[in-house]
Each structure stands twice: as C-alpha cells, then as structure tokens.
Design a binder for this molecule. Structure first.
Ligand code: DGL
Length: 255
C-alpha cells in the first residue's frame, strides 16, 4: 500500500483542510487523526499542547507517512518544531491564520478568530508585525466554535448567542475581513456571519496549505503517480461510531 499523508488536528476541525487536500490530490491516501478526547487544545498551556500533539502523532509514524500535515493552527504555533523532531526525514507542513492574505487582499480592518493559544503565540505576533502600518487587526478567541463542531454542529442557537457577545466589538465597529484562524471555524461561517449581522470576506489558509503539500511532495518525487482513486481513513482518540460518523458528515459539508 502507498504511504499515507497524515493529517492531524486537536479534533474534527482539520477535516476542513483534509477536504482541500483531497480535492487537489484525490489519488492520494490520507490518514486523518483527530485528538477529540483532548480538544480543545487552545485553552491549554503550550507545554501541554506540545505533549498532546507529539503523543498523538508518534504512533502514526509506524504508518510511514510521506508527509505530516498539522491541520491545527494551535498545534502548529506551539509544537511544529517538536513534531518535526519526531520524524526529521518526513516533511511537516503546518497552518497559520491567514492574516497576511487578508491584508494583501486590501483589507484594512481585520478580525482574527483563533484559539487563545494561537493568538498569544510568537508566530502570530510575527505575522502582525509584518502587516503594513494602518492595518487594524482585532483578535478574539472563540473556543465555543470548537465545542460546536466537536458536538456535530448541534447547538446553533447556543453558539449564536455566545458569538453575539464575543463579537460585539466587531458588530459595533465593522470589519472588512474575518480570518478563520482555527481549522474548526470554516464549519461555522454562517453562524459567524449571522452574529456579525453584515456581509464580510472570509479568509483561511487551507487552500494554501493544500498547495504547499502538493509542491512539497512534487519536490521530493513523492506524489502518487497512478490515477487510482485515493483513500481516506478517519481515526480519532475517541474512536466511537459517533465520532467517525461526525467526521464523515463534516467531510461531506461544503466549506
Ligand atoms: N483546529 C484547532 C486550530 O486550528 C482547534 C483549536 C483547539 O483545539 O483549541 O487551532
């Protein structure tokens, strides 16, 4: 069997990235692992995120992955180097909030939604420092969206009420762009738009990541050459039939 591309997230959110990967490279084999037993990561200390992410990825190395995609902004910011150290010869590709993409598209007032850990990271501070002067970036942690997605998008009314409170500064003083800086958030775009009460441009980095993975595999001559149909396997630290059916449901949703 061909080597898989391992796609990892703290839970089900990375499925929004898996969708882009599978659309771009449908003939590859994907092994998706969600650490839903420990989600959310983003409210934890950095050392704990490093431990959880490396503990989750280490056993997957026996599958001899051709690439590891950290489809989690939080784990990328906290643990990318440590994940790479686990498997020095395997390319590790992470994801960061698409603030610079929103800025390059001409948006001057930007709202970044991400985990508290991502927003407090050195990597996020570096991105903000690269924005041109005059760019106004409002950053709000919204862990309730992670819970909503992990629960299979059940309590829309509860999420809307939480977001209406959390996003009040962006309701009062509207933004041009919302950066979805957590891979769970694309599944809640409609709730975010409703909470804001106006139309806005959304940015996330999933497409860029998918293209980076393709470029990396091509550079290493590791792209699957055959036109056989690919394969996607879902695994979860809560390996229950419910988690697996939620994974498939999210994979079938447009994002
Ligand atoms: N999908 C993760 C991310 O992109 C969720 C964050 C969390 O587990 O708190 O950051």
């Amino acid at each position: 069997m061909t080597s898989p591309i391992v796609v990892f997230d703290s839970g089900l959110g990375g499925i929004s990235v898996l969708k882009k990967l599978a659309a771009l490279m449908p003939n590859e084999r994907y092994l998706y692992f969600g650490d839903s037993a420990n989600a959310p990561y983003g409210t934890r200390e950095r050392e704990e995120i490093v431990r959880l992410a490396t503990d989750a990825i280490r056993p997957l190395l026996s599958e001899r992955p051709k690439a590891i995609v950290i489809a989690c902004n939080t784990a990328t910011a906290a643990a990318r180097a440590q994940v790479q150290a686990l498997a020095p010869s395997v390319p590790v590709i992470g994801i960061r909030p698409a603030v610079l993409q929103a800025e390059a598209a001409g948006c001057r007032r930007i709202l970044t939604l991400a985990s508290a850990s991502t927003l407090g990271s050195a990597s996020y501070a570096e991105q903000l420092a690269q924005c041109r002067p005059g760019t106004d970036v409002l950053s709000i942690p919204t862990p309730e969206i992670v819970t909503y997605v992990e629960d299979g998008l059940c309590d829309r009314a509860g999420l809307l009420s939480a977001l209406t409170k959390a996003l009040a500064p962006a309701v009062k003083d509207p933004v041009e762009a919302v950066v979805l800086g957590c891979t769970h958030y694309p599944f809640a775009k409609d709730v975010i738009r409703t909470a804001l009460g106006y139309d806005v441009r959304f940015f996330d980095a999933a497409d860029d990541v998918a293209h980076e993975v393709r470029r990396t595999l091509e550079a290493g001559n590791a792209r699957e050459e055959s036109d056989a149909s690919g394969d996607i396997e879902f695994r979860n630290s809560l390996q229950t039939p419910q988690m697996l059916s939620k994974s498939r449901m999210l994979f079938s949703m447009p994002v």
